[in-house]
Design a binder for this molecule. Structure first.
Ligand SMILES: *Cc1c(COP(=O)(O)O)cnc(C)c1O
Length: 376
């Protein structure tokens, strides 16, 4: 354990440094982390939900090494490279209703790009739409746009005057589905000049809000309504992507599809800071023009970093060869068993699990709701 003193050079995220106790990690293997003096930790939070195939997986490690010895980084405006194209193709194979991939390097920027895509999509067509609908308990990241579209609270309080207004929709849970749908329709009706540009949501699970789970059928209805009223649907799959809810994407449980999807965290199997925002052809087409000013005004120095691309490709290969979905099945079964066991403990409340119950064609998800109450 490190107790940082005034000579400690690092400032840790989401950490009050005064009195902080920091665990120095030396090594990772599979689901475990090992500290400098050999203590063993189960990485139950998957290193902030990034790790997919276990720590230091040799297939991904080797792919990064190989890429690093040929091309480690290049400007991506006006230049391209094989790993970027290959990864885009592999992602789009998993998201067949999308046609384009825009790379960045973390979840917050994937969300910023999604928002800018949605807003400029309308503005490029000369249509005035700039309002955004979000869930009341949402978390979409730490940059200003992402914060603006997230729950207001202690995380955002100091920045409150700088955050733009959004329209909040009650967070759905298992007992308020009809109310949420009615509320969505109401706020659309109240938007007399049809200025709502987009609806952004964490599909099925609101992670940072406390793993709040809601049913895919409800999401399907919200997506349907969005389509009906010309509101772009942005799925923030930063946490739920890459098999976290049983399917490859959480929105895979829905018939109606989002126009824009944000991916990060698991995209490289947890190896590299990397992200992608994917979209449909019609979003892209609104930017495709003889006018230079209609291009998407966004880019980062490390956009499409080849090492990130190589890790992403290798991680997706593991989805194909390592029975990853069988493992997800196995893990979700044991979560269910463990949740049943925990239910008998009086000191434990609010147990959530969705695993792949949706995937097993369970129409009444209520049956699997372990937690009787909904609270933060
Ligand atoms: C973690 C997270 C983000 C932000 O991603 P960072 O890489 O931490 O910036 C955005 N949306 C959701 C749903 C997340 O879980």
């Amino acid at each position: 354990m490190i107790l940082p003193n005034e000579n400690y050079p690092v400032w840790h995220p989401y950490t009050q440094m005064k009195g902080a106790e920091i665990i120095p990690i030396a090594r990772g293997e599979g689901a475990r982390l090992y500290s400098q003096n050999g203590e063993e930790y189960i990485d139950a939070i998957s290193s902030w939900w990034t790790n997919i195939h276990g720590h230091a997986h040799p297939h991904i490690a080797n792919a990064i090494f190989k890429q690093a010895t040929s091309l480690e980084q290049t400007i991506f405006a006006g230049f391209s490279h094989e790993p970027a194209l290959l990864l885009a193709q592999k992602l789009l194979n998993r998201i067949p209703f999308h046609q384009k991939v825009f790379y960045t390097d973390n979840g917050s920027t994937a969300v910023e790009v999604a928002l800018k895509m949605a807003l400029q999509f309308w503005s490029n067509q000369g249509i005035r739409k700039s309002k955004v609908v979000c869930f009341r308990d949402a978390y979409h990241g730490d940059t200003f746009g992402a914060m603006s579209m997230s729950a207001r609270g202690v995380f955002t309080q100091a920045f409150q005057p700088m955050l733009f207004d959004v329209i909040f929709l009650d967070t759905p849970h298992m007992d308020n589905e009809e109310e949420v749908i009615a509320q969505y329709l109401q706020l659309i009706q109240a938007d007399k000049n049809q200025e709502i540009a987009a609806f952004i949501f964490e599909p099925l699970v609101l992670g940072s809000a406390g793993m709040l789970i809601y049913h895919p059928q409800l999401l399907d209805r919200l997506l349907e309504i969005s389509k009906q009223y010309n509101i772009l649907a942005i799925a923030d799959e930063v946490m739920t992507g890459f098999g976290r809810t049983g399917e490859f994407l959480a929105t895979d449980y829905c018939k109606n599809k989002p126009d824009i999807i944000c991916l990060s965290k698991g995209i490289t199997g947890g190896f590299m800071p990397f992200a992608a925002t994917t979209c449909t052809q019609y979003i892209y087409d609104a930017f495709y023009s003889d006018e230079k000013t209609k291009m998407l005004f966004h880019g980062h120095s490390y956009t499409a970093n080849p090492l990130g691309c190589a890790a992403g490709i290798a991680s997706l290969e593991l989805f194909e060869v390592e029975n990853t979905f069988k493992n997800i099945d196995r893990i979700s079964q044991s979560h269910k068993k463990f949740a049943d066991q925990l239910k008998t403990y009086t000191g434990v409340k609010n147990i959530h699990t969705c695993g792949n119950y949706f995937a097993h064609g369970v129409s009444d998800f209520r049956k699997f709701r372990v937690s009787p109450s909904h609270s933060r």
